[in-house]
Design a protein around this ligand. Sequence first.
Ligand code: UT7
Length: 330
Amino acid sequence: MTLPTRSRILGLGATVPEQKLTNDDLAKMVDTNDEWIVTRTGIRERRIMREDEKLSVMTADACRKAVANSGLTIDDIDVLIVCTYTPERLCPSAACETQGELGMGTKPAFDINAACSGFMYGLQVADSMVRAGVYRHVLVVGAEAQSRYVDYTDRGTCILFGDGAGAVVVGPSDDGTETGVLSILLGADARGNELITIRNACPGLGEKSPYKDTPPYIAMNGREVYKFAVRAVGEVLDNVLAQAGLTRDEVDLLIPHQANIRIIEAAAERLGLEKDRVVVNIERYGNTAAASIPLTLEEAATTGRLKSGMLAALVGFGGGFTYGACLIRW
Ligand code: UT7
């Protein structure tokens, strides 16, 4: 058997909840206002799951769209990877619940938790599986139910996060062209362990929390995360370009994790990219963590901004700290 030299994205799909949470809605809940949120983050609204909605249903919906978009069927998919740090249960995994929704028989399914960098990690696993010939078609989906974990009394975090799911089918790039994943680089830095955490997720298990009786909630040191993000994004982009033997000026489109418009602008400036070469949807979805990059990628592809032959740079960072970047010839 000849192994593929490269993997590529065969199809994309995206699903967000219908319910919107606007800055004005948040201003009724905490001491904040639309102007502060827009100026500091670029966010105007986010999508939030209703109480009776399920992460696995939303995730499966994005997966079905990606499979249909690839021209394959669910039966052609060999393995499911769900990238999430906000599963509805620790066990079973979000992937096992989604696998059931999709009717994937006994095909393997597992979660990856690398917080907001999750999709970058999932993509590298999928790319490796395809190139090694372990599986032919890997379904990778970034999906988050962050609203289940957000503390809606904390104005430092509740303004940022939203829910959503973005899926891709990864398969061999055997069409004889140069298209596909050129390079992926990941990193993790334990010095950031305490800067984004979910507190109380495992009460009694190693965490001596003074808030023992409160539900799990996301806690973040925004200012420190911001500094880390600006540095990490610049470094990992330079390093992934070096790994691929490419230069900044060869990048056609930046598809960044949508955490904060100011972080995105700093990354674009570093690459010397004008606004029209950066895909931004943070104003509509906020920070959807592992779903953010695939949602943005799907939008870039379906709106025609990402065209055949373009070099796309994907970059993510988040809790852990974790970070990662990927270059794709579309
Ligand atoms: O996906 C990865 C995860 N997270 C991130 O990427 C987040 C990265 N960090 C950020 O995006 C920013 O740090 C935030 C948007 C979270 C905060 O923006 P900032 O410019 O770093 O604000 P700050 O935390 O330095 O706070 C500035 C001021 C403070 O008031 P004082 O101490 O100067 O009086 C805050 O109390 O703004 C206040 N503040 C707010 N005011 C109105 C903080 N949050 C709010 C708010 N509305 N929602």
